[in-house]
Design a protein around this ligand. Structure first.
Ligand code: ADP
Length: 259
């Protein structure tokens, strides 16, 4: 059982609203097909689809005004559009992809998952299909609605589906000592003990300066899966061949989280 997360930075052009990264999507679909995975769930991020709409209507802050109700639907719809493109590409490559909306089986409370019914996802896997999920606009029992990140979702999936490996594909080679897009001298950490993250021993300072970057939050989230014994690998999904190699269990450039 493997879980592959494709970041919004991989499947969309984050600088242009509603712009899919078609080249990456089609190449990754071929890589996934070529790796012939036994049991796989794919989760993708929102990138330039979900995020601009969610931001416009302040969906993650919960209900404050009636116009947000239309915004909630529009955020979900934006994600369905992106999901449609990704599932189409997977089907064209011969992967038996099957779209599942997280908002139809998950409820959060103060943005954290409290209700989760994986019975359909499990049945799809048992039938040989590849469920394709995404970060979604979800109902929240405290604030009416919220944004569920793909990163929070994959940790729950890893735990309840007893995953062996979680692969997080982003647009950088892995976790660096600082944001590699801002700091030229940043070094790639091939292995990252989660105690270094939570205890802020070695890289805490470098990472915590990057609060606007998405990497620290991502690691804090997925370190839960590493703690539970799941292999967690962060890699560059924009570089051809890396996702395919990781899905095959081969050694690949990236960062492995260790306990
Ligand atoms: P995705 O959309 O792929 O899920 P994000 O864009 O949210 O990912 O986060 C990845 C980004 O985090 C990278 O493009 C990078 O600019 C930034 N980042 C910040 N700090 C770091 C770090 N220490 N190591 C690697 N990337 C970092």
């Amino acid at each position: 059982m493997q879980i592959l997360k494709l970041g919004g930075s991989v499947v969309t052009d984050k600088d242009q609203p509603f712009k899919p990264h078609t080249e990456n999507i089609e190449r990754l679909a071929r890589e996934i097909a070529a790796s012939a995975p036994q049991s796989l769930v794919i989760v993708h991020g929102g990138g330039s689809y979900g995020h601009p709409v969610a931001k416009k209507f302040s969906i993650n802050e919960g209900y404050k005004s009636p116009d947000q109700i239309l915004g909630f639907s529009k955020t979900h719809q934006a994600m369905i559009q992106l999901n449609h493109i990704i599932v189409d590409a997977l089907l064209a490559a011969g992967v038996p992809a099957f779209s599942v909306s997280p908002s139809s089986f998950i409820v959060t409370e103060k943005k954290r998952i409290t209700t989760l019914d994986l019975s359909i996802v499990i049945k799809l896997l048992d039938s040989g299909m590849v469920p394709v999920l995404y970060g979604d606009a979800v109902l929240d029992s405290h604030q009416r609605f919220a944004i569920l990140s793909g990163d929070q979702l994959i940790v729950k999936l890893a735990k309840y589906l007893d995953a062996k490996r979680v692969i997080l594909g982003s647009d950088v080679d892995g976790v660096y000592t600082a944001d590699p897009k801002l700091v030229e001298t940043a070094e790639l950490l091939r292995v990252l003990p989660i105690s270094d993250v939570t205890g802020k021993v070695k890289i805490g300072e470098a990472l915590s300066t990057d609060v606007t970057g998405g990497m620290l939050g991502k690691i804090m989230e997925v370190s839960e899966a590493a703690k539970a014994g799941v292999d967690v690998i962060l890699l560059n999904a924009c570089e051809p061949g890396r996702v395919q190699a990781a899905l095959r269990g081969e050694k690949v450039i990236g960062t492995t989280l260790t306990r």
